[in-house]
Design a protein around this ligand. Sequence first.
Ligand SMILES: Cc1cc2nc3c(=O)[nH]c(=O)nc-3n(C[C@H](O)[C@H](O)[C@H](O)COP(=O)(O)OP(=O)(O)OC[C@H]3O[C@@H](n4cnc5c(N)ncnc54)[C@H](O)[C@@H]3O)c2cc1C
Length: 431
Amino acid sequence: MAVCVRSLHYSGFSRQILKTTAVFSKRHISERVSSKSEPRSAPQTADHVLYTQEHFALKDSLRKIIDQEINPYVDEWEEKGQFPAHRIFKILGSAGFLGVNKPVEYGGLGLDFSYSVAVAEELGSINCGGIPMAIGVQSDMATPALARFGSAELKKEFLLPSIMGDKVACLGVSEVGAGSDVASIKTKAVRKGDEFVINGGKMWTTTGSQADWMCLLANTSDGPPHKNKSLICLPMDLPGIHIARKINKLGMWSSDTAEVFFDDVRVPCKNVIGEEGMGFTYQMLQFQEERMWGVANILTTMEKIIQETINYTRQRKIFHQPVLHHQVVHFRLAELQTEIELLRSLLYRCTALYIKGNDVTKLASMAKLKGGRLARELGDGCLQYWGGMGFTSDVLVSRFYRDSRLMSIGAGADEVMLSIICKYMDTLPKK
Ligand SMILES: Cc1cc2nc3c(=O)[nH]c(=O)nc-3n(C[C@H](O)[C@H](O)[C@H](O)COP(=O)(O)OP(=O)(O)OC[C@H]3O[C@@H](n4cnc5c(N)ncnc54)[C@H](O)[C@@H]3O)c2cc1C
């Protein structure tokens, strides 16, 4: 395996980008039935609506890392129920991929969010949903509020090592009794002198059993539910933090999901991100990037599943002709591809508005809603054309069918997205 290093320059800031060349030692059955050329997520042209040559250079460098350091091991990590987050994040962090839109002084590349979208898209070429999700938690879900509102001291202690891949981050918002209704979380942080004493627990914490710190949402006062919360940087090795269990799941197997309990955990008050009491607002802002990131990520995977389905159905013959040649099949795939392109346009428009400083809550919610629905439709639709093969664990389409189901639940369920859209349409009944 040959690894050479080169230097790329982004916005006056240079970081070493690992340039890797490798030959797959291990390939998935579905890859073996695929044609040799992997589909690109978008045409590599200079006049792309959102991406420049620099976006494509970033994507290409990331693709090499994925092909060499991640995809050959995905099957093994899926079976194990966990991927080695510290090892993979160090590789990605050293190459600059964990902080493309984060400040240069904390190890980021200082680029705008469109580069994060490009990275998220490329991460969709990982052969499972769990690893990209965990990478997204690190780069675009647990750290945006810290980067935007955190003190210099907190950024040095938590943001910089997360961007460099030296510390693994997790996000602690959801609880056993509160997922969709974030305002009703019960975890409490009570001020005692210059410390908070934390009691409660978090549920569904991605990478929770490997993380070094958590971006924790907790109630820091008894005020109204939108004004009594704070985001706190919580080191995960403090006394009183218990990882209760690693949850067995329908999909996302290579991503460990933990339940975490807090029993009189003491953390300095200075670990609050930004202003105390602003945690709910910060988290809602943080959700926008999480949702756009999620859509970008699943676009590539959906394209890959369509392409794999084309490849398989072209060579699989039924009733004396390829499955693909039945009109119902190629028409359906064309329809799904059209839906992908519509979603891509919405995402790019949303991203372009976001980097200009606009509030994109409505468009990001629409994209997230559509992303979840389309992933379900596409997973089910494509799997059907694989027949019995689609029902085995040996093909990507069945993994996608399981993994992508989360898209309509996590980071705000479809119904939560609908409620947000209705709020913007002013159609919610007044209370
Ligand atoms: C694999 C995985 C990883 C996750 N990672 C993290 C993480 O790292 N950090 C974190 O904080 N959370 C994480 N989550 C939690 C995730 O965000 C929540 O599961 C999600 O927000 C839904 O909350 P809930 O599961 O409590 O469902 P509930 O809130 O109990 O909702 C159940 C269902 O009710 C319906 N519903 C919701 N609102 C409405 C409404 N207004 N009208 C009608 N119906 C409605 C929806 O269909 C919803 O699915 C993860 C979850 C999973 C499964």
